[in-house]
Design a protein around this ligand. Structure first.
Ligand code: GLN
Length: 609
């Protein structure tokens, strides 16, 4: 099945192929040989997919489209200040071959027309002609994702006839903008313009710029990402010569054209467009190229000043601890304390890229919560990137929280990758307002503990001595409990030991007397997920009393643990010999189960809300 995108491009290609206006360039004699019927369109995404139609493998010379690429090379080789001193960034509004220099200094204003580009070529590093050319070819090849070469015939043709460019080069030397032999800069300039590419290469070059300087197919870096903004800026303001204002208005994409018939346009972060069609308008831009870019931008909604609204909110779920708890099971007293005070802790499960526009609603929600939050838990599981501005905003939030006794808990942060810079942004005096937890659930538990401590919650007892004090025995007659004591076995486990293993036969219920046990399941990708954590007075493995069957989860001792176990046969005996006790146990069990069910229903509602 062909993609709708492919169908769209084919239809567009058919429509625009009917346009026969324009002339191929003839001022460089060799360019006059181009076939005006040649016509290719290609779109490459930042994921490296390429859609192409028509003559996308027909070679042509890159010409002026080399200008932004070599501008990037100069930025890498000399740094921003040096390049800016040599060439300005003003759209001069002049033709590509105009001798447009600042009156006093002789500095070319516009790096995307010949004067600026020749000055730029003089900045490429390398001790010899060959080294400088190799430098430029390597960069262009990295953009295209394959080794590019030069069309010698076009090069010779331009070198022999490029008197105007030669005049520009010598003018630049006269003003000391070019500081060495101008013939060297001109030689490199003529050669860089003669690099042979095809329309598909050009789409990948554009996609490389859209992708922050990294070729989306090869993964190789063509230019340092910090220079992509400057390159796209000069393309946006100067890319199609004295047509740039009209272009930005109609197409709205940073672009560059060349007299070889190519034109590329870039939508940062998304895609690159390339068109090849050598018939040019009077300004030297491809007639069909301009038309195709304009139509594609309009049809696909690509104008960079009409950006779509971010389609998904950064906050994928938000709830308070009153609505949703950690997996630690708690006493009724603790549960009611948390129900009362839990609204002081709010969780924000975040997703996507955090930058100014997407972190702003999160900051707003935290800072302007009508009930001042004591704890903000930010879960980073689904955050894909945090930029510098968002990192600084987060650090500032933490500083603000520190000053007001509030606390920020960051969970599931892939440190190094996501928040490497946070530590350096945070004033060490404020660090106490921040904690990291590897799991969201542990973050919740951390807040619960702090809230309970603050509101005088009694610590769940870490041990009970007698079965009579166990929750399951509440309300049972003392002589019944004494009988139960004769039926149970005592087991002791070391931290880390499995008391119950998923899949084993469910043959006994466990009364937890001392220590902590977590009920866990293995995750497919390795590691374990905890379903609940239990403390003394609670029970697990209850299924044994009813259905039998297999264990649905494992139970792991988190601390040294003492349990009493009651097996199926013993419980069957209870049912006939001490029916009141059996009923009591089942009742207490049901009560606990119902409590859990009510809490889970509430949590599901909170998550869906
Ligand atoms: N090599 C060509 C020149 O300098 C490039 C011009 C262009 O593509 N606009 O004239």
């Amino acid at each position: 099945m062909t993609s709708p995108i492919q169908d769209y491009l084919e239809r567009l290609h058919r429509e625009l192929a009917g346009i026969t206006d324009g002339q191929v360039a003839t001022y460089i004699p060799e360019l006059a040989k181009a076939d005006p019927a040649g016509f290719g369109i290609a779109i490459a995404t930042v994921d490296g997919r390429v859609y192409e139609v028509g003559s996308t493998h027909m070679p042509f010379t890159i010409q002026s489209i080399s200008k932004p690429l070599v501008y990037g090379v100069a930025l890498e080789d000399r740094g921003v200040d040096h390049v800016r001193r040599t060439v300005g960034v003003e759209p001069s509004g002049d033709a590509f071959n105009s001798i447009s220099l600042e009156p006093e200094t002789g500095r070319p204003m516009n790096p995307m027309i010949n004067a600026g580009a020749i000055a730029t070529s003089s900045l490429v590093a390398g001790a010899t002609r060959e080294q400088r050319l190799a430098r430029v070819l390597a960069a262009m090849s990295a953009y295209a994702g394959r080794a590019l070469g030069i069309d010698e015939a076009v090069f010779e043709s331009e070198r022999a006839t490029g008197h105007r460019n030669r005049a520009i080069g010598h003018m630049l030397r006269n003003y000391d903008i070019v500081t060495e032999d101008p013939e060297e800069a001109l030689d490199l300039y003529f050669r860089q313009c003669s690099v042979l590419i095809d329309c598909r290469d050009l789409a990948l070059m554009a996609a490389t710029l859209a992708n922050g300087g990294t070729n989306p197919v090869t993964g190789a870096s063509a230019v340092r990402s910090e220079f992509v903004g400057p390159i796209l800026s000069v393309m946006a303001t100067c890319g199609v010569y004295d047509f740039t204002g009209e272009w930005v208005y109609r197409v709205g994409l940073p672009a560059k054209s060349g007299v070889g018939g190519g034109i590329m346009a870039v939508l940062p972060g998304q895609l690159g467009i390339a068109v090849y069609s050598p018939a040019l308008d009077e300004r030297g831009n491809s007639v069909r190229g301009v038309k195709a870019c304009e139509t594609i931008s309009r049809d696909l909604g690509l104008h960079f000043l009409q950006p779509p609204r971010a389609s998904v909110s950064t906050v994928r779920a938000s709830y308070t601890l009153a609505e949703l708890r950690s997996k630690r099971r708690r006493s009724a007293a603790e549960n009611s304390l948390l129900a009362e005070h839990g609204a002081a802790a709010r969780v924000f499960e975040l997703q996507g890229d955090l930058r100014f526009a997407t972190i702003e609603p999160v900051l707003h929600a935290i800072v302007d919560d009508p009930r001042p939050l004591q704890f903000a838990v930010l879960d980073f599981k689904r955050v894909s990137h945090v930029d510098g501005a968002a990192t600084r905003m987060l650090a500032a939030l933490i500083g603000r929280c520190a000053g007001r006794g509030q606390h920020v808990v960051l969970t599931r942060v892939r440190r190094g990758e996501l928040l490497a810079a946070l530590d350096t942004e945070i004033d060490p005096r404020n660090a106490r307002a921040l904690s990291f937890q590897p799991q969201l659930d542990l973050g919740l538990e951390w807040c619960e503990r702090a809230l309970l401590a603050q509101h005088g919650g009694t610590h769940a007892s870490s041990a009970i001595d007698r079965l009579a004090d166990h929750r399951l025995c509440e309300g049972a007659a003392p002589e019944d409990v004494a009988f139960l004591e004769t039926l149970v076995s005592r087991v002791q486990s070391e931290p880390g030991a499995l008391l119950v293993r998923r899949g084993d036969p469910a043959d006994a219920i466990y009364f937890l007397m001392r220590g902590e046990v977590s009920v866990v399941v293995d995750l497919p990708g390795g590691g374990q997920k905890r379903l609940s954590t239990l403390s003394a007075g609670m029970s697990f493995g209850e299924m044994a009393l009813l259905a039998g069957g297999q264990r649905s989860a494992s139970a792991r001792a988190d601390t040294p643990v003492d349990c009493c176990t009651l097996d199926r046969e013993a419980f069957a005996r209870l049912e006939t010999e001490r029916p009141a006790l059996a009923l009591r146990l089942l009742r207490n069990l049901l009560q606990g189960t119902l409590q859990t069910a009510v809490q889970l229903t509430g949590e599901v509602a909170a998550l869906e809300g």
